[in-house]
Design a protein around this ligand. Structure first.
Ligand SMILES: *Cc1c(COP(=O)(O)O)cnc(C)c1O
Ligand SMILES: [Zn+2]
Length: 419
């Protein structure tokens, strides 16, 4: 039997017991139910992925393709990633920190959230494995991204979401012609149903049976942050947490670049952000616990509303290992965070972005992120998709007749009020 060509991947490997599995559409260890993760041939990657090689490639997440789990060249989402890393001086001043950067995935291609990174990988791999139908359990952004990328790849798509999602998120899935199934329940119930469906139908559920590949896409955000920071690991990275996967993959990405000699080893901390209305991971972190207690979500940050976070345990471990902290913010603080980022930097983020800004503010105020340090905030989704959350909280329009006199009178009366 000839060895199958699997690119730079070696196997799927259980995170608990280390047992290895073939690179198929499977996600749990048969022995201890531990999650499976892609293992790579780093010796070969080191020869192939030099800084010069990276620089010579197109500006997308695929410039790091050796560290992304596809056997051949990617086929879906070739333009995804390489979003701007923005120096945020005005917001830095407001939050009281020396230096601040925004990793701006509100403008990720094509569906304006970081989920295009994970979906690009999952669908490229799904095609390699011969699937014709893709699916997902989603809090909104993932459904948008699966729907759009499946459309462009000519794949059939089923997306499952809680029925109480924002209009923007629902329309942004329907428009691509995907089958959108709304479930009367929280995400955790949607996810449980999808696990059953995935076992029965031969579909590629990007975050169920394809999860080992899908989740690796998040690492690209870490690689880009390092390259765009001038090949350095930032002292502090603040990451929003739903399942906790993105946070763990930022750590994996930083560590891989250290291992490959692409960046110098450095002291750094990775911090986690949640909404108070769904904060199982941050509550556990603040109490110094290694395990979280599941909760029933109630927050405007619906994209982060996962009450039983699949990677919560591992996210807690990463924060502990890196000296990071977690915190959470209320709905009002989320809106304030959205406004701060918009008014200071001209970036309109969705509720998850408000969570990240609000938590960064708290961590800086408490000294957990020292005021003299430098931090990167991962802003993961676009505000145009969660208008419902801010309508009525962003100031008011003023209406006048099309008359210069009326405009001048309006300004004069406002000056009087402001005087
Ligand atoms: C999915 C999502 C996250 C983080 O999700 P994890 O499950 O923790 O990886 C963060 N922000 C937005 C906007 C998301 O849609
Ligand atoms: Zn195992």
């Amino acid at each position: 039997m000839s060895e199958k060509h699997e690119g730079f991947m070696k196997a799927l490997k259980c995170r608990e017991c280390g047992r290895e599995y073939p690179l198929a559409a499977t996600h749990v260890c048969e022995f201890d139910f531990g999650p499976l993760e892609v293992a790579y041939d780093y010796d070969r990657i080191k020869k192939s992925m030099t800084k010069a090689a990276i620089h010579s490639r197109a500006q997308s997440m695929w410039r790091y393709r050796e560290l992304l789990p596809v056997a051949n060249d990617p086929t879906v989402g070739l333009q995804v990633g390489f979003t701007p890393l923005v120096k945020a001086d005005r917001l830095a001043k407001k939050l009281g920190i020396r230096e601040l950067w925004i990793k701006n995935d509100t403008v990720n291609y094509p569906t304006l959230s970081f989920k295009d990174r994970v979906v690009s990988v999952a669908l490229s791999r799904a095609l390699e494995l011969g699937f014709e139908t893709v699916a997902c359990a989603s809090t909104g952004n993932l459904a948008n991204s699966v729907a759009a990328n499946a459309a462009s790849a000519g794949l059939k798509a089923y997306v499952f979401i809680p029925s109480d999602l924002e209009q923007g998120k629902i329309v942004n899935s329907l428009v691509y012609g995907a089958n959108v199934i709304t479930i009367k329940g929280h995400y955790d119930e949607v996810n449980r149903l999808c696990a059953e469906i995935a076992g029965k139908f031969g579909w590629a559920f990007v975050n169920v049976n394809m999860r080992p590949y899908y989740s690796e896409g998040s690492k690209s955000m870490a690689y880009e942050i390092i390259e765009q920071s001038g090949w350095r690991i930032p002292q502090h990275t603040v990451v929003p947490m739903a399942s906790g996967s993105l946070l763990t993959k930022i750590q994996k990405g930083y560590q891989e670049f250290v291992k490959l000699g692409l960046v110098a080893e450095a002291e750094y901390s990775i911090h986690g952000a949640q909404a108070t209305g769904c904060s199982p991971i941050s509550v556990a972190q603040k109490a110094g616990l290694d395990f979280f207690k599941p909760v029933k979500p109630n927050t405007i940050a619906k994209s982060l509303a996962i009450g039983t976070p699949a990677d919560g345990f591992y996210a807690l471990r990463v924060m502990k290992e890196t000296g990071g902290a977690a915190d959470d913010v209320t709905d009002d603080e989320i809106r304030e965070g959205i406004r701060l980022l918009a008014e200071c930097e001209g970036i309109f983020a969705e509720t998850a972005g408000g969570v990240t800004v609000g938590v960064a503010k708290k961590l800086i105020a408490s000294g957990k992120i020292p005021a003299n340090d430098s931090a990167v905030l991962c802003i993961t989704g676009n505000g145009l998709k969660t208008l419902d959350a801010v309508v009525g909280h962003v100031g008011k329009t003023r209406e006048i007749k099309p008359s210069l006199r009326e405009f001048e009178a309006m300004l004069a009366s406002e000056e009087k009020v402001n005087a």
